[in-house]
Write a protein that binds this ligand. Structure first.
Ligand code: ZN
Length: 149
């Protein structure tokens, strides 16, 4: 288990240091901001939705390693997926970080399973799920800032 833990840690640090899709999207169809006051994490998620597909997804923001790595891995995992698939990922990821996911759900999350240890740290659950809440707000085309509070 400790080897797996270490691998997960490395994946998260890699995405924190070299965030993927870290830029605003000039021609985004939708965007939403998220803010986690407990930690000070801020993230804005940009989406391009074409024919039910997330043809492009990016983010900007600042915060702790967990929130930034989560945003980076979310964008990398969801680019090219359908909106329906993105919503399924949201549910699975949320179950994972709150400790409700079975091993089956974990397998379906791919690299995002790196966040499985987060459920042991309740204060970090909001960090990890912040970009996902912003994603959902963007999918629902809400304009206001979502807060984890
Ligand atoms: Zn945080």
């Amino acid at each position: 288990m400790s080897d797996l833990r270490q691998l997960y840690q490395e994946v998260i640090l890699d995405h924190y240091k070299k965030p993927r899709n870290f830029h605003p999207l000039a021609d985004a169809h939708r965007s939403a901001e998220g803010y986690n006051p407990l930690c000070g994490d801020k993230v804005t998620v940009y989406l391009k939705v074409e024919d039910g597909l997330l043809s492009d997804i990016s983010f900007i923001g600042s915060g702790c390693a967990i929130s930034m790595a989560s945003a980076s891995m979310m964008t990398a995992s969801l680019k090219g997926k359908t909106v329906t698939e993105a919503e399924a990922f949201f549910e699975r990821f949320h179950a994972l970080v709150t400790g409700r996911a079975g091993t089956n759900a974990e397998a379906k999350l791919g690299k995002l399973a790196a966040f499985s240890g987060v459920c042991e740290f309740p204060i970090r659950v909001k960090c990890a799920s912040l970009p996902w809440h912003a994603l959902r707000a963007a999918l629902e085309a809400k304009e206001e800032t979502v807060s984890t509070e």
